[in-house]
Design a protein. Sequence first.
Length: 357
Amino acid sequence: MPSKWTRWIPAALVPVVAAAGVVLIPMAADATPALPEKSPEQLLEFIAGSADAQYSGTVEQSSNLGLPDLSSLGSSYGGGAGSDSSVSAAMELLTGSNSARVFVGGADTARIQVTDTLAERNVIRNGAEVWTYDSKTNEVQHVTATPGTKPDTGVTTTPAELATRLIDGIEPSTDVTVTETARVAGRAVYQLVLTPDDDATLVGSVILSVDSETGLPLDVRVFADGQSDAAFSVGFSSIDFGAQDAALFSFTPPAGATVTEKEITENELDGHSETAPDEFTKPEVTGAGWSSIIELPAGTASDLGDSSAAAMLGQVLVPVTGGQALETSLVSVLITDDGRVLTGAVGIDQLQAAAAQ
């Protein structure tokens, strides 16, 4: 079962990861199609109305944060349902390139298939339950939530999911504008630009490419402050709209698979479980918007111990005053000497200042 802190690591990285780059989807010759004008407010409403869209396609994700590519290192260590797999996935997201098949049957159903060498990883979300399966280790995790709640898959997997998280946090420190039109995966798109009005953040801007017919975000590119090339991107290279087979969102564990069951109650999602008050404690957040800092409590880093995840992190951490740090063009991580973990789309000095408070 994932430790308490790994449940929060992907979410902590979202505002950072949303800004970088890049797999630039090839543009067609008519890269600026003629489309009716839309204001930023109209595009935001257009995006909100696409939540029930059904589609399938291939999503490409790539990072260019100035880090060595550790994706192969993560694969060599293996996966699974524990903290190692969570850190491995995070490192792949931050340092490597990935391709996945995506099937979406509406707001509450999705299937993501990532194919590795001689192996496949699947995430299937169907209403209040999520299945994850790694064929390499033959391990399955099954998470169910109480009615009215929605479990997280642990990673942001589609441009629409990432765009929604970014849009939810744009006020009041973001300028929103519309730039020229373009094409993504052969489809005409509007481009919505989010520019942080925050001198403390490493994020320069985010470009959301919005399908002109459905309002679905097809591509997200995040740029570090002062850089012209995206530091992180996730976007469709091909997409088809239409109803999806319901069987895609059902899953039966293969014979012999190790299955980990977990039920998440509404109280646990709110960060206070009566039965295990410390297991699902939410991280402390200081600041707001693009320069907010997320802090996980003392002892968090010790959960890694001598695991393969610790070995992976050791490849990119450097000693700093008060602990060890990872600094990229878009996100920084500080592991303090007492085992706290702080992260944000800010510089290491800001994390150190927050740790000292």
